[in-house]
Design a protein around this ligand. Sequence first.
Ligand SMILES: CC(=O)SCCNC(=O)CCNC(=O)[C@H](O)C(C)(C)COP(=O)(O)OP(=O)(O)OC[C@H]1O[C@@H](n2cnc3c(N)ncnc32)[C@H](O)[C@@H]1OP(=O)(O)O
Ligand SMILES: CC(C)C(=O)C(=O)O
Length: 795
Amino acid sequence: MPMLADPSKKYKPYTPLVLPNRQWPSKTFTKPPIWLSTDLRDGNQALANPMTIEQKNIFFRQLVRCGVKEIEVAYPAASDTDFAFVRGLIENNEIPDDVWIQVLTPAREDLIRRTFESVAGAKHVILHMYNATSPAFRNVVFRNSKEQTVELAVNHTKLVRQLTEEYTTKHGTHFKYEYSPETFTQTEPDFAIEICEAVKATWGKAGTGDDRIIFNLPATVEIAPPNHYADQIENFCNKITEREKVIVSLHPHNDRGCGIAAAELGFLAGGDRIEGCLFGNGERTGNVDIVNLALNLYSQGISPNLDFSDLESVIDVVTKCNDLPIPARYPYAGELVFTAFSGSHQDAIKKGFEAQNERHALAAKTGEPQYWDMPYLPIDPIDLGLNYEAVIRVNSQSGKGGIAYLIKQHLQLDMPRKMQVAFYHVVQEVSDREAREMTVDDITTAFRETYHFGGPKYKGRLSLRNFKVSTEPVADPSDLSGDEAADERRRFDGTLLVDKVLRVIRGDGNGPLSALLDALKTHLDIDLTLREYSEHIIGGEEGQNSKAATYVELVPAGDRRSSKSWWGVGVDSDIAGSGLRAVLSAVNGAIGDRELPELKLTVGFNARSGQADIASVLVNSLGLELPRRFQAAFFEVVQRAAREAGGEISVGGLTDLFKDTYGFDPKGTIKPDISMPSFTLESVGDGSRRLIKGELSVSNQVRKFNGEGNGPLSALIAALHAHVEGSISLREYSEHALGENVDVVAVSYVELIYELPGEKKRSEWGVATDTDITASGLHAVLASLSRLRPKVTPN
Ligand SMILES: CC(=O)SCCNC(=O)CCNC(=O)[C@H](O)C(C)(C)COP(=O)(O)OP(=O)(O)OC[C@H]1O[C@@H](n2cnc3c(N)ncnc32)[C@H](O)[C@@H]1OP(=O)(O)O
Ligand SMILES: CC(C)C(=O)C(=O)O
């Protein structure tokens, strides 16, 4: 049937109360109400499958954990389950001393007696009796006059009073009496007061404090807007006699969806107590939601005296026991209530967090309160045991701010604004293409893939293996005028993996990044320049365990206004390292799948290959990462050999040349002229010095040797002085691992200087490998010494 064109023919408007001097509209909240949870009664009676005893027990314990001090546990006369549950609570000592259980009974003698039986032995009980008082119920349900309705309440109140006295005498139970004129909001206001006055007089024991009688004024069915309820409550509070001996309790239902508003306005209008259910379970559209009310107060800085710090557990218990879900948009508890999808909300939240962090840091110093003041987030989810994980979720409605927030949360990277815009377009494209929400994982993966960031899986075509940035003084310092500081230049020497091939590259510039860009241009034809640079620290505020994050924007060289640019990010414990990685990250984006010049070797009269290309060959063929000065020394050898060969030298020829020149033999079959068949090392003195002993083979003659020094190499050099004339000293030493996993060995590089009186000082490099790093260093010393061909003392 369609909706009526004139619903006034079917529905009557509510009758407003005339209350011209109402006070509640200008009142504000200053304290919480007394709470009563009726989950186990009004909530339970509305379930298709009322709770089992086990479920009621779980629910009861949860309410106690939340700090609820008055809990309506059952309608004990309704069923054996309800009755047995109440008995179980009492007999198993489940009720804390400061918690009052409440039980509901209609005004019927048999049911009242049964209700009392259920609470025998309890310490604190609120006996709650009700009868409906509105005209419809008087006329239709009970077919009672007003007088008979009052009589019903009065007579059964007498019985309640008599039984409370008997049970107190017998069991020592403390009782409070609650009377509900059911359907209060549809009852004539004066008649509701009249019946409550009669009940109060009959009860005859209303006092102050804990002895107050409770008049519970239900909006059994919410038939009017919340201001109407507030007027009714204020009117009741004004007119009921001995107001100080009365607790005015509110019991709103939610038929018009105004249960929360009705409870809040009713509370301002004079209510002392609110009855409701967690997340608003209850008859039809439910009872008023206690969690919502409590957290509304909390968000105004008023402690509700209820604890929802672990809201997830509360949700879990309530949804399982009620077997009802909580909608995603439900206040405070819904899955989406702390989530922003839309760009402008996300942007404001991100900025809000940043501003708040600064504000709180300042307030922490001055001892001021650290107020929560966040756009779109009226309350901090952390207070409810939730986290910020879901605060920002990304779909096609989202903007750069939200995406940047997630990257900061999950990767600790605070992208500069222009990079945020660039990355936003990346995410937007995927989100539009796939027409779905982008999860945090989707976004962080897109970030890693775009910027080749974070682990081998995301490596780009170019990646940094190792590097050294050194300072190069200006070519001609006399160019500098007056007291102008000598402007040092930087040299970048590094090994990159380029399309899976190791390349040694070198470049110069004003700083490390421009030196790397120069190297990339020289060796790989990648001609880019830096347009934007920024950096920040990650973690370890005091500098400990902190890392540097660097962001760069590259543009084609010579076109600083280019509309085309590539962003890159790098993280390293060293600031120079993070900058270099950021440049390579951007370069990877810039080159796409463009072909890069291969490593070609042309050494000779028309040489195009430089020292770095020669080093690239060695790193690829033998895995050797020569120190820079060793590269230079070998480069001279190569040039000489190429000249002698009358032209160019091949890659294979170059590798063999290295092996022959330095006697490099990873298998250890070639022995240098001076070698060490055996040795032992021990600590001497106070343990800080080393003594080496063993056998030396010099031109195939074996000699015994021993020497002492600060370390193994200096001990060996000291020992060698007994077998050669002149003096030997160590100029440079370096080492690295060669091979992988179980096949890994150490490679050592040593440069010795040899001085013989009357002769020119000479130096030579030696290289050796060994599974033991000390041995590889010692053998490298002997390899270097052999190449120096020292004057040997007679045996
Ligand atoms: C607004 C509320 O939420 S009030 C609480 C409602 N909760 C419940 O009803 C849940 C538990 N109820 C029950 O288990 C049952 O209704 C019982 C055990 C209480 C009573 O069951 P029955 O005796 O079979 O009666 P029934 O369920 O039909 O209830 C209607 C009777 O109670 C009477 N009644 C209803 N409310 C009251 C009351 N507050 N005081 C006295 N009598 C009442 C009705 O007039 C009717 O009487 P009648 O049979 O003489 O016509
Ligand atoms: C028993 C009364 C208080 C009730 O539940 C109601 O009127 O909703």
